[in-house]
Each structure stands twice: as structure tokens, then as C-alpha cells.
Design a protein around this ligand. Structure first.
Ligand SMILES: C[S@@+](CC[C@H](N)C(=O)[O-])C[C@H]1O[C@@H](n2cnc3c(N)ncnc32)[C@H](O)[C@@H]1O
Length: 233
């Protein structure tokens, strides 16, 4: 048995009960170091913990797949929700196993941000740059989303110098592509843990620096009017 779960945004209080139960009953728990640390209090002493980083993830997931084939109950833990910026890792799990695996969603950092910033999903697009491969279509999509008057919740890319696309790079890119300098931006760091919040304009964001654990909300300049019936007084 193998199942992938979302660990939530960092505070274990946001872990679904079903996922907590699976962890308590697991023979093997696997995931990136920081993510395994989030769920550590629920891992039984008897369970084998297989931790990994970017460099050894393929080799470590091969070991997890081996345990799964040997009949162990394996739980692979993802940061936040699997379905936002987690699919490349899911693809690696499935490649190691040789078949599709079941998933249980978790609470994403994007959901916590939506809640803190009071924006609804209906009027917001979600874009991640924290992924391998060509970022160009995602960059273009972000410009279109903002031109279309929607909010954007954006996960930046904190990797090496060459690839890094952090909030200040994103702001500079958007300014170069004609998005207004006054567009309101929020950057939240370490949501549900040691939260920090920054608010300013796109132009100001280009001058700020943030940690790797940050997520951006770029608000539309023209929020939709209410579409419910007028109040009767
Ligand atoms: C590979 S993505 C995974 C996102 C995750 N699947 C989710 O739903 O939140 C990792 C990035 O998400 C963002 N992130 C995840 N948790 C966060 C948190 N608690 N506060 C702020 N940003 C967070 C950071 O930009 C981090 O580098």
C-alpha cells in the first residue's frame, strides 16, 4: 500500500484527520526533510522514516517503492496540498512505483493566504514557478491573468541564481510587461508558523527581499462588484 498525503502549510493542526490516521498506522513514512518534520509527532516509533532532498529524491523514492512492493504501508508526505505545486514530485513517486498512486489533499499555503487576504478562489488564479522545466508559459499566463482583472496567488521559485524567480524578480518581470506599477501586492512568509506579512505596490515589491518560504498575492486593480442582490432597507 502506498498513499500520498498533503502535510498542510506547516502547523500540524491543519492536517486532515484521515491523513493523521494513516500516519499513525504507517510502516514507512517518506518525504522531504522539512515536511517529514511537520508530521513527526504522529509517526510511530516502529515506522521507518525515509527522508530526502532534491539531490537524492529519486534514489530514496526507489527505496520507498521497494517497501511498497514488499507489502509495507507507505505514506509519502507532501508540503501543503499535493495539487498545487506538488505534481512533479507525485510524478516521481508514481514513476518509482510504476503505477498511479492514491492521494489525499492537504491544506495549501495558497488556501491560508486566500483566508488571510480575504480573496475568493472564483476571482483568483493560482500559478507556481516552483517547478522544473520551461517557466515561460507560466510567466505569460500570469501577465494575462492580471490583464484580465483577476487576482493571482503565486508561488515563487527560490532555486539557484540562474533559475530563481522570487517576488522581486516576478515584480520586475511584470513591470517590464506593462502591468501597472501601482498594482497592490502582498507577500506572506512562513504562514501558520512565524508569519510575516508585507504589503505594497508592484514597484515597491521589486525592491524588497523575502525568504524562500514566501507566497505572493497580486490583487487586481479592479475588484469585481458584488453580484448578490442589493440590500433592502
Ligand atoms: C514546492 S512548493 C509546494 C507548495 C505546496 N504544495 C502548497 O500547497 O503550499 C513550495 C513553496 O511553497 C511556498 N510555501 C509553502 N508553504 C508555505 C508557507 N507556510 N508559507 C509561505 N509559503 C509557503 C514557498 O514558496 C515554498 O518554497
Amino acid at each position: 500500500m502506498i498513499i500520498c498525503i498533503g502535510a498542510g502549510p506547516g502547523d500540524i493542526g491543519y492536517l486532515p484527520q484521515r491523513s493523521a490516521q494513516l500516519l499513525r498506522e504507517a510502516d514507512v513514512v517518506a518525504g522531504f526533510n522539512a515536511v517529514v518534520d511537520v508530521v513527526r509527532p504522529l509517526i510511530p516509533d516502529s515506522a521507518e522514516v525515509i527522508q530526502m532532498g532534491y539531490r537524492d529524491q529519486v534514489a530514496q523514492l526507489d527505496i520507498v517503492a521497494e517497501r511498497h512492493r514488499a507489502g509495507k504501508k507507505c505514506v509519502v508526505v507532501f508540503m501543503g496540498d499535493i495539487h498545487f505545486s506538488g505534481f512533479q514530485y507525485l510524478e516521481r513517486v508514481e514513476r518509482a512505483c510504476g503505477h498511479p498512486v492514491e492521494t489525499i489533499p492537504g491544506i495549501s499555503s495558497a488556501q491560508i493566504l486566500a483566508s488571510r487576504g480575504k480573496v475568493c478562489f472564483d476571482e483568483t488564479s493560482f500559478i507556481t514557478f516552483h517547478r522544473r522545466g520551461d517557466l515561460t508559459p507560466f510567466k505569460r499566463h500570469l501577465v494575462h491573468v492580471l490583464q484580465d482583472g483577476r487576482n493571482a496567488i503565486v508561488i515563487p521559485c527560490p532555486w539557484d541564481e540562474a533559475r530563481s524567480f522570487m517576488p522581486w524578480h516576478i515584480a520586475a518581470y511584470l513591470l517590464e510587461n506593462g502591468i501597472p506599477a501601482g498594482q497592490p501586492v502582498e507577500v506572506w512568509e512562513n504562514l501558520t508558523r512565524n508569519e510575516a506579512e508585507w504589503r505594497g505596490t508592484l514597484a515597491e515589491c521589486a525592491e524588497q527581499r523575502f525568504s524562500d518560504m514566501s507566497i505572493m498575492l497580486i490583487r487586481t486593480l479592479a475588484p469585481m462588484d458584488s453580484q448578490i442582490e442589493p440590500t433592502h432597507k
